[in-house]
Design a protein around this ligand. Structure first.
Ligand code: SAH
Length: 584
């Protein structure tokens, strides 16, 4: 719950607005602000104080303990212009809360944690457990000191700044021999990844733990969680694997509700996943046995479940039994490693204006280490990219090839962002990319505001009823196919948005398409909206009619929206009635 504390009338109004926007909030109105704050501190997870930072600092000072347990606290000024993340920026979630508060109140978020302020990824905010000297390594990264990145495989990390270089040195982009590393970042599921290098590094280090381990568990009815947890801990420790890297416990369906397993998974903070006995029986394992075959119908639970949960990955720790004193073992475990999965984010950037780029698109752009896209789209968002990001730009024409290369990069384990204007799935790169992508990479789609939607808002409400988009580009689609679709839209009385309507070399298609529509719609009354460079500095639009539209004003940065037989121009805007029952 988020506690809201306000002392003035303006503060209380802003608090009420925020409570409505965020939900799960409680406004504290005690006799004194100090009393309100102390109560909220004991009852809430986060606080937003509509007070001066000075007043808030004095009030929370006696309550602060350490950054891992303190609440996230955000301050909002009297005029609600700023939302300041005061304490608990990362662990307390104050940075994120300041962003949400600012969005709800149309204020400016103010974040002062170093890593967020200068665009270097906070090593503790990647979503992966991190152990070691986080602050010291973070400082070295920020200071620009040479930092070694020692990874056991290619992982989908975001871009890291230039001073963080892969180790051992590769032919290009490596730490030079003369640069003595000031710190080391390991990416590994091992407890002591430096062991492979012959010993601990000289400077400070951290280990990022990708969640790469699946722990298979076989259990007798009534097994105690402690017996499972002890065995899991021992199996990992003896194999030199980190408990932080465990992604899940895995077992057979018959054990999905076994209380000891459920509790062990909860204690480890991971999911318990289960599979059918048939699925497990199909996995070849080194140590099958008769007992589980008789009990649950598969010769292996622990080993087979580990391998299946790891997506067919390598078995690192073969089956091992618990050894409780004085009674029979009730549990077996085995550990397998998932192959690294790269990440392909397919991101729509919207029609051009920065405020039509979604917050999710912005976050995903900063999550990537490689950005692939047409040069003009890269220009649209270049300032949002992290320092050190690799950019694969491409000119017009090579897009499909480039889309496929984005998939290849994700297959190597990288975090790739494939970008496109509007929505990346609409006449854009998502189709050629995903036609090539297999099940071995994660794909994340981020929708964007399409040119059709942006144009529609500008023109009025032309898409108020059934509508269709048709691209007039006959470079990859035969004209006969396009013409058949235009005729179908004409006879079905659909509102039509024409994309790629006209270029220097393709000037007859638009007049032809409009003529086909005019066979079914009254040219004098059917409104036509022409929207050029929507949301960009050279934006313009006109609402005219099928009879009067001047096609020579149309170019490749334009969409043309043709109304149906019910569409009308109202006060200079284009309006399509919503439906049959609304038509008068
Ligand atoms: N993926 C894009 C479409 C790319 S096809 C989307 O979802 O909108 C390129 C065509 O989109 C252009 O020829 C033009 O018809 C249209 N277009 C893209 N951006 C536009 C804008 N800002 N204003 C008007 N039309 C635009």
């Amino acid at each position: 719950m988020i506690g809201l504390i306000a002392a003035t009338a303006a503060g209380r109004r802003a608090a009420a607005r925020l409570a409505e926007a965020l939900g799960d909030c409680r406004v504290y109105q005690e006799a004194s602000v100090g009393e309100a704050l102390r109560r909220a501190w004991s009852e809430c997870d986060q606080l937003v104080c509509f007070l001066a930072t000075g007043a808030t600092v004095r009030l929370i000072a006696p309550l602060l303990a350490d950054k891992h347990t303190d609440l996230g606290v955000v301050c909002v000024d009297e005029a609600a212009r700023f939302a300041v993340a005061l304490v608990g920026g990362h662990a307390g979630g104050a940075n994120a809360l300041a962003e949400r508060t600012a969005e709800a109140l149309e204020a400016q978020p103010v974040l002062t944690t170093a890593t967020d302020a200068v665009g270097v990824p906070g090593l503790d905010t990647l979503g992966w457990p991190v152990t070691g000297e986080v602050a010291a390594v973070g400082r070295a990264v920020l200071d620009g000191s040479p930092v070694r990145l020692v990874a056991d495989a290619v992982h989908p990390l975001p871009a890291l700044p230039d001073n963080v270089r892969p180790w051992p040195p590769t032919a290009t982009g490596s730490v030079k021999a003369a640069d003595a590393p000031a710190a080391t970042v390991y990416v590994s599921d091992r407890l002591a990844p430096w062991a492979a290098e012959g010993g601990a590094p000289s400077g400070p280090s951290v280990v990022l733990h990708p969640r790469s381990l699946a722990v298979g568990v076989g259990a007798s009815r009534g097994v105690a969680a402690a017996e499972v947890l002890d065995l899991v801990a021992a199996a990992l420790a003896d194999a030199g694997l980190s408990p932080h890297a465990v992604a899940c416990l895995a077992s057979v369906d018959a054990k999905a509700d076994e209380p000891g397993l459920v509790e062990a998974a909860r204690t480890l903070g991971v999911e318990l996943v289960t599979f059918t006995a048939d699925a497990l029986a199909a996995v070849p394992v080194p140590n099958p046995s008769a007992a589980p075959l008789a009990a649950v119908g598969t010769p292996s639970v622990a080993e087979a479940a580990a391998v299946v949960a790891a997506g067919g990955g390598e078995l690192l720790v073969p089956k091992r039994k618990s050894a409780p004193e004085g009674r029979a073992a009730m549990c077996t475990v085995a550990v397998a490693r998932r192959p690294v999965r790269g990440r392909l984010a397919v991101i729509g950037l919207g029609p051009g204006a920065r405020d039509l780029l979604t917050p999710r698109a912005r976050t995903e752009l900063r999550r990537a280490s490689v950005v692939v896209g047409l040069d003009q789209y890269v220009d649209q968002i270049r300032d949002l990219l992290r320092p050190g990001v690799r950019i694969e730009e491409t000119g017009l024409g090579a897009e499909e090839e480039r889309a496929r290369s984005a998939v290849r990069l994700a297959e190597q384990g990288l975090a790739v962002a494939l970008i496109g204007s509007g929505d990346a799935g609409v006449y854009a790169m998502a189709s050629p990319a995903l036609a090539e992508a297999g099940p071995d990479i994660d794909v994340v789609g981020v929708p964007g505001v399409t040119a059709a939607l942006a144009a529609s808002s500008l023109l009025g409400a032309p898409l108020g009823h059934d509508h269709v988009s048709i691209s007039l580009s006959d470079l990859h689609t035969p004209w006969e196919v396009i013409e058949r679709r235009v005729r179908a839209a004409a006879s079905a009385d659909l509102v039509v948005t024409f994309y790629n309507p006209r270029s220097r070399g393709r000037d007859w298609q638009l007049p032809k398409a409009l003529a086909l529509l005019a066979e079914h719609r009254d040219p004098a009354t059917t409104p036509v909206g022409v929207a050029h460079a929507v949301s960009r500095p050279d934006e313009w639009c006109t609402v005219t009619t099928l009879a009067e539209v001047d096609v020579t004003t149309v170019d490749m940065t334009t969409v043309v929206v043709v109304g149906n037989t019910a569409s009308r121009a109202v006060a200079g805007r284009m309006v399509t009635p919503r439906g049959y029952r609304w038509q008068g």
